[in-house]
Design a protein around this ligand. Sequence first.
Ligand SMILES: [Zn+2]
Ligand SMILES: [Zn+2]
Ligand SMILES: [Zn+2]
Ligand SMILES: [Zn+2]
Ligand SMILES: [Zn+2]
Length: 510
Amino acid sequence: MAPRLRFLTGCFGWQPTELSRCNEVATRAWMWTIHLILVIPTAMAAFTARSNYLLVKRYPQLSQHPYNPKMGLSFLMTYIGCVILFPWVFLATLLLKKWYGSWTLLYGIANLALAITITMGVSMQAQFLPASLNGCKGGKAMNWQVVDGYPSMFTLAADLDRNNVDKAEAICKNMVAGWTVATAVVFFQFLLAYISVFFDEREFSLLNPIRPFVWLLFIIIAPFLLVRDGVLPRIRLWLSYTRKGVAELRSTKDLQVPPQTQFIPQYQSFEAPKSKLTDVLAIEHVLLNMVDYLHFEDVVNLSLTCRAVREVVYPPRDLDYRVPKLTRHCCSIAEESKCLYCNNKICGSCQRNPLWPGLSGRRHVTGCKPYCESCYYKSFARHPRGYKKTCKCYITDRSNEFQDVCRSCMDKHVDTLQAERHKRYHQEVRDIAYKENSKCGSCKMVLKDGMRWWKCGKCGGECRDEIHPAFVKRKKEKDFEKGDVGNRETDEDGSWWRRWRNVLVPRRQD
Ligand SMILES: [Zn+2]
Ligand SMILES: [Zn+2]
Ligand SMILES: [Zn+2]
Ligand SMILES: [Zn+2]
Ligand SMILES: [Zn+2]
């Protein structure tokens, strides 16, 4: 029974990433295949390395100055590696029949050690051997790495061993061929070591065969991921802060929207004249019956006929109930439509549909949603999958469209009407931004004071229109119990620069 080696699948609560499951039986089959491939080259490499080693041992001059001193060692290491590998291949083939699974790791360690030994020998040989057999042909062996006053190493070997200088090419070819075969052995031996070390079929194992590729991929891709997911989003967030800060400094704080003052009749000096008409209109259900056949605008005009009529159609003490009743009855009852500019009720027959330029403020009021910093970071700065580019809806804001307008507004000048309407939109946008307990459009958390980002409801991109306040700081509610009084003028919001300005430039006390 093979040990399970649990520590390979993580320890102290840490677990490697999950990969696909592999098959230990397949690992064994691969090992057998490579064993089969290795047999002949290993024998050849061992044989050649041995004869070369003996040659160097017989003639120590070959590894003395000016020749490579590691010559003997290089052949010896190749020889030892191959001569152990050769029987090991057969032994491992037999052992694998019974011992595999987690035992494969032991074969892996042996294979790796052998691979490293042979590699060291082969790499040392590369220092004093030509790279291919072509390097030996045509007298090149005689001129290989020649130092002044000394013959080439191959020439010396041929002279010493065979008493024939012309055999230098044969010795060179022999050594290079042995080196080539040993290199092939190294290649397959490393493959074998990889297969047997990364043997584990379990998905979470450190030694899963796919793990090295995942690491390699990670090493290559990790820097890109870090920049893409960590650095760039933060830069975008900082840029956004800067842009909003600049916009905040440039924006004009005081928006001039004249407050709607309600008419307060001066009853002390006024007595509503009694007339038969007012007696009739004063009966509410009669009035409402009449209104059934009027447009809202006509009701307004009716109330304008004289003061007495106005008092009965719009009684000041009953306005809260009267106006909704009138609205419900006038125009075609079923239709619910409002004038875009004055908000009065209109119906199919009293409404007008001029082709006028669109109103840019409208979509900011109806569509744009506030976002908190972390949601802005997640949804925009990080450029997540399916992320929408910055809103460009302003391009089509002013394109002509058919608008529902009442008859009185139709008579006014379009530019004046639109300028007034835009001011109201502007105020509405600010009211939305400064509203108590307003929530983030994404995470639904109550927004704190600070920077606000906006998501366009039409295209889903970030709305950067300057109509939205960049920075929202709610006015502190005055607590009269604590002695706050209402006449502290501009210092109410207590911003740091105002406080410092007052310290540096004290106000004159007259
Ligand atoms: Zn109408
Ligand atoms: Zn209107
Ligand atoms: Zn907007
Ligand atoms: Zn948009
Ligand atoms: Zn949020």
